[in-house]
Design a binder for this molecule. Structure first.
Ligand SMILES: Cc1cc2nc3c(=O)[nH]c(=O)nc-3n(C[C@H](O)[C@H](O)[C@H](O)COP(=O)(O)OP(=O)(O)OC[C@H]3O[C@@H](n4cnc5c(N)ncnc54)[C@H](O)[C@@H]3O)c2cc1C
Length: 317
């Protein structure tokens, strides 16, 4: 079985959920190894990577240098020289790392994939494109492949026979760059799960009238993140980091709840590939209903409290 390297994403030293999704996918493609850029991980995190099938955790001690993408690409390249496939989470930064690595190694690269499999020894990826109106299967013809995978598109599952991952240190010669890291200041995490990774997103648009209380309450209850339309962020009702859509964040949660959002094409482009779409809107002709799996015609001020009460009742059994 060929080596499949997964670039680990971590937050404050803790491995993120999409990394486990990527490791789960990697197990179906070959023998997974995890690549960790930065300071050495805690033993507990190495163990968690092992549970999801990583046979090795290759640490490239880059410190903060890995925040410069050309250095991150070089570090990843040094740790994946023997890998037939490299899997990354399709974030903005990782897409640049992927393409730089592909340029350096001649590997074929696909980003924003919703899945990947081996067909006749070649990697084939699945993607939804053009605001999720087309499904595309891409075959990577080169021997080496790099796949950027969207969060929430693979169900993370522990390996059937989890092993203890071995910690290996890989030294890498990092290139001189014209950029330098002068300071690293963590931005206080916004409430809840980051939007792009969240398994559930509850979004509010102009129909909220600027009051996000119910949207937040439902998101919290479902363990999800709060999203918004651009009109809502432009109004200053909620910060731009919550914006979903063409110019905002692309999300692919298992459940997307659109509250008081008309479903303009620019918004749909960022959420249409979600697993199940629920829409609440007073206008039965709102375009969001064209793509909703479940639609409720009604005022969100009436509908959301009922939904919240029913979910709470259901949880209480
Ligand atoms: C280049 C470009 C890029 C863009 N990028 C983005 C993007 O990334 N993301 C994005 O979202 N937009 C984007 N837009 C803007 C987009 O075209 C729409 O204008 C925007 O998505 C509309 O936001 P909305 O649905 O909240 O508001 P509206 O279109 O005004 O819809 C509000 C909806 O709420 C419903 N409603 C009103 N009151 C209630 C109530 N009490 N209960 C339930 N429903 C109610 C109404 O029936 C209506 O359907 C972009 C536009 C351009 C030109």
């Amino acid at each position: 079985m060929s080596t499949v390297a997964v670039l680990v994403e971590s937050r404050e030293g803790v491995v993120t959920q999409p990394t486990f999704e990527a490791l789960t996918l990697a197990r179906s493609l070959g023998t997974p190894v995890a690549v960790w850029l930065g300071s050495a991980p805690e033993p507990a995190e190495v163990a968690r990577l092992g549970i999801y099938g990583a046979t090795e955790v290759r640490v490239v001690p880059t410190g903060d240098d890995a925040r410069v993408v050309s250095r991150a690409a070089a570090a990843l390249g040094a740790a994946t020289a023997d890998a037939a496939i490299v899997v990354l989470i399709s974030t903005f930064v990782n897409k640049e790392i992927a393409t730089r690595l592909a340029l350096a190694t001649g590997a074929g690269v696909v980003v924003d994939a919703a899945g990947a499999e081996l067909v006749d020894g070649r990697v084939e990826t699945l993607q939804t494109v053009f605001a999720a109106t087309w499904n595309v299967r891409t075959r990577i013809e080169s021997d080496a492949a790099i796949v950027g995978i969207r969060p929430n598109t693979t169900q993370a599952q522990a390996a059937e026979t989890p092993g203890a991952a071995t910690l290996v240190t890989v030294e890498a010669a990092l290139p001189e760059t014209r950029e330098a890291i002068v300071a690293v200041e963590p931005v206080p995490a916004s409430d809840g799960v980051p939007l792009a990774e969240a398994p559930v997103v509850v979004s509010g648009g102009r129909g909220t009238g600027g009051d996000y209380t119910l949207v937040r309450e439902l998101a919290e209850l479902l363990g999800g993140a709060v999203g918004a339309s651009r009109d809502a962020t432009d109004e200053g009702w909620i910060s731009h980091e919550h914006m979903v859509g063409q110019t905002g964040t692309t999300v692919t949660p298992a459940l997307y709840v659109a509250c008081g959002i008309s479903g303009a094409v620019h918004h749909r482009g960022g959420m249409q590939a979600s697993g199940t779409i629920v829409a609440v809107n007073i206008d039965p002709d709102a375009p969001i209903f064209e793509i909703a799996d479940f639609g409720v015609v009604g005022d969100l001020g009436d509908v959301l409290p009922q939904a919240i009460a029913r979910i709470e009742d259901h949880r209480r059994g």
